[in-house]
Design a protein around this ligand. Structure first.
Ligand code: HXC
Ligand code: NAP
Length: 258
């Protein structure tokens, strides 16, 4: 049951980088349900078109690679020309796979850092002069691995740690202009590409869920509600924070033990 009322985002413009599948698509969909014009972007143009169609309500899909600053900037300028200042910008594009450092090439490490961290820089830098001031809400989708290390995730851990620190610095630099910048850190979310990669079997997924304080994976819709919250007036004094939406999973293994 959502705490947010219909029409809350009427007339607002929302851009979601990486919004063509999974968690980010769920975030985009929720903003659209609440009345916003929503634009989603990913590398694959057909996937972007299908995502926008699935959202409906006038949503549009764009194709760009977040590793390419000019391409990102071009999409943001098109949205700004058609709609005016952007109210919410979500940077959620990411790449990940399980690999020990011994089996990870320099290019493999660089690729994930390039998508997650440099991509977030490109999205936020690219939108800076195009967002509503004051009032804009910028959200980077991060992960608990930014803080708690995880084997076979050196690339993603390093990239997301950088994302968290970028969020904090931008909150300081852009706060005076009324731009809020926050991170949103999902835990294991059911039915996503990320969990298919990190917990590829039912056994691994069940074992992981049994350690989480809330004893289950999260739902995409629950992360979407958190993204909406960060962009409402109820969060007007929240900036530079990382909001965990993860059932307590980063607290550690919560099974009873001696
Ligand atoms: C080791 C691998 C690898 C693997 C790719 N590489 N997969 N190395 N183990 N399983 C290496 C390749 O060999 C190559 O290095 C380099 O990475 C780049 O690979 P490409 O396939 O050329 O890259 P690209 O086409 O740009 O694709 C990026 C990708 C891909 C990240 C590799 O998986 C992708 O597009 N992912 C997007 C979807 C996704 O990952 N969703 C999950 C996000 S979930 P060499 O040296 O051979 O050239 C998530 C969970 C967060 O982020 C929770 C934890 C932080
Ligand atoms: P997903 O479905 O794989 O979504 C990734 C999105 O990013 C897609 O829209 C993809 O579209 C796009 N993308 C990937 N590389 C891109 C690039 N170089 N340029 C532009 N777009 C790119 O992933 P998810 O599992 O839902 O994860 C979404 C976010 O949540 C990520 O930031 C992830 O790190 C974070 N997260 C997920 C979990 C989880 O449980 N799944 C947990 C913690 C954090 P294209 O392939 O068309 O480019």
């Amino acid at each position: 049951m959502s705490a947010f009322r219909d029409g809350l985002f009427d007339g607002r413009t929302v851009f979601v980088a990486g919004g063509t599948s999974g968690i980010n698509l769920g975030i985009a969909r929720r903003f659209a349900e609440l009345g916003a014009y929503v634009a989603v972007a990913g590398r694959n143009p057909e996937k972007a078109r299908a995502a926008a169609e699935s959202i409906g309500r006038g949503a549009e899909g764009f194709s760009c690679d977040v590793r390419d600053y000019e391409a990102v900037r071009g999409v943001l300028e098109r949205i700004h020309s058609a709609r005016g200042p952007l109210d919410v910008v979500v940077s959620g594009a990411a790449g990940n796979f399980l690999a020990p450092v011994a089996g990870l090439s320099s290019n493999g490490f660089r690729t994930v850092v390039d998508i997650d961290l440099n991509g977030t820089f490109n999205v936020f830098k690219g939108c800076y002069d195009l967002v509503r001031k004051p009032g804009a809400s910028l959200i980077a989708i991060t992960a608990g691995q930014a803080v708690n290390p995880m084997p076979f995730q050196a690339h993603a851990c390093a990239a997301k740690a950088g994302v968290n620190q970028l969020v904090r610095v931008l909150a300081m630099e852009w706060g005076p202009e009324g731009i809020r910048v926050n991170g949103l850190s999902p835990g294991p979310i059911a039915g996503t590409e990320g969990m298919a990669r990190l917990a590829p079997t039912r056994e691994i997924a069940d074992a992981l869920a049994s350690r989480i304080p809330l004893r289950r994976f999260g739902e995409i819709s629950e992360v979407a509600e958190s993204a909406v919250f960060l962009s409402t007036s109820s969060a007007a004094y929240i900036t530079g924070t990382i909001l965990d939406c993860e059932g307590g999973s980063q607290l550690g293994d919560s099974r009873p033990r001696l």
